[in-house]
Write a protein that binds this ligand. Structure first.
Ligand code: DX5
Ligand code: ZN
Length: 229
């Protein structure tokens, strides 16, 4: 199966007083996935949005909603986010003691099931659940804030996961998140990422649509030809 590279804007850097406009702008520029960062002030030192905001966003876009839960005890909130309209949900492996149960629950509910890894967490921590994963979110900064600097050591983790995908041990997608812009995009694409989250690189620009098009153009050089099996 060929994999299309997707640019997923993160609204964290958007103007929240005009959120619907900001969302429309990136949707019109061709984004299919909208990345929503949920933070609880415990797992990460910041607080953002919860289910009511996700539900409002659901009404204002047709994009797939990719909900990144940076919260403790994510298992307690899965139903709320599914009801709010999440299409994809990722929990952090560092925050969920019952990952197998969580992933099976998400799959039962028909939601794309993902796990996020902090920069210091090895890819090997997913060995026993690889078969349950629709995507892995490799954090390329320490989670908590937008606008941070990309951590280069995470590239090796992307490559490692890509190798597992090539050997068929892993069949999901590889999402990367944090500090990615048009300048370093090709590095994560070379390493094997296929879903690229970008916050500041898109919403801190005067023209968010132009930023997306620029990134899509770079990604276009990596369009994968479907493999013949
Ligand atoms: C960070 C969040 C990211 C953030 C990325 O904890 O998970 O999704 O919005 O923002 P940039 O692209 O500005 O690093
Ligand atoms: Zn995120």
């Amino acid at each position: 199966m060929g994999t299309k590279i997707e640019i997923a804007p993160s609204i964290l850097a958007a103007d929240f007083t005009r959120l619907a406009d900001e969302i429309n702008k990136v949707e019109n520029a061709g984004a299919n996935i909208l990345h929503l960062d949920v933070m609880d002030g415990h797992f990460v030192p910041n607080i953002t949005i919860g289910p009511p905001v996700v539900a409002s966003i659901r009404k204002s876009t047709r994009m797939l909603l990719d909900v990144h839960l940076m919260i403790e005890r994510p298992e307690n909130f899965l139903e709320d986010f599914i009801r709010a309209g999440a299409d994809w949900i990722s929990v952090h492996v560092e925050a969920d003691r019952h990952l197998d149960r969580t992933l099976n629950f998400l799959k039962e509910k028909g939601v794309q099931a993902g796990v996020a890894l902090n920069p210091a967490t090895p890819v090997g921590s997913l060995d026993e659940v690889l078969h349950l994963l629709d995507y892995v979110l490799i954090m390329t900064v320490n989670p908590g804030f937008g606008g941070q600097k990309f951590i280069p050591s995470t590239l090796e983790k992307i490559r490692k996961l890509k190798r597992l995908a090539k050997s068929d041990a892993y069949r999901g997608r590889i999402e990367v998140d944090g500090g990615i812009d048009a300048g370093n995009l090709s590095k994560v694409l070379d390493a094997g990422a296929d879903i690229i989250v970008a916050g500041s690189a898109i919403f801190s620009r005067e023209d968010a649509a132009e930023a997306i098009l620029e990134m899509k153009k770079i990604a276009g050089q990596y369009v994968k030809i479907p493999e013949i099996v």
